[in-house]
Design a protein around this ligand. Structure first.
Ligand code: AMP
Ligand code: ZN
Length: 136
């Protein structure tokens, strides 16, 4: 069984900070900031694409709730929130998880736009046309 399924089923211990019917939130075992949290749907899904639509709201309302918990718990209301979706993005655990990374003055980190430097050589209007054409 997958690692995060094992955690949601209580087979592997984790530092759980929030749990409801659909979602579990626990501290990342290799935190890159105090309070670095992973929010996962209990239903096994690899990426957002295969998460049933009715579980999107429970997942993201839990992200919002955990932001409030962290604001009170680690003392910041600045966060980087993101999903590594697919190997090329850095996804290592194939069970959808939302990283909530509390941000602090002088923490040395950047914005999400700094994780890759691959600006297209085509105009964005060409890219828009290509996307719309591919989607009928
Ligand atoms: P990624 O798949 O790259 O988005 O990240 C997987 C994250 O899961 C990493 O930040 C790991 O530190 C974290 N992680 C791996 N195993 C555990 C575990 N047993 N408990 C909590 N976090 C974990
Ligand atoms: Zn799983």
């Amino acid at each position: 069984m997958c690692l995060f399924c094992n955690i949601t089923k209580g087979e592997i211990p984790a530092q759980i900070i929030y749990e409801d019917k659909n979602v579990l939130a626990f501290l990342d075992v290799n935190p890159i900031a105090p309070g670095h949290t992973l929010v996962v749907p209990k239903k096994h899904s690899v990426t957002l694409t295969d998460l049933p639509d009715n579980l999107l709201e429970p997942l993201f309302s839990s992200v919002k709730r955990v932001m409030g918990m962290l604001e009170r718990g680690v003392g910041t209301n600045h966060f980087t929130i993101g999903i590594n979706s697919g190997r090329l993005s850095g996804q290592e655990v194939d069970h959808l998880h939302v990283h909530i990374i509390p941000r602090f003055e002088g923490d040395g980190g950047g914005s999400l736009q700094t994780v890759v430097q691959n600006s297209p050589d085509k105009d964005i209007s060409d890219i828009k046309e290509r996307i719309l054409k591919a989607n009928g």
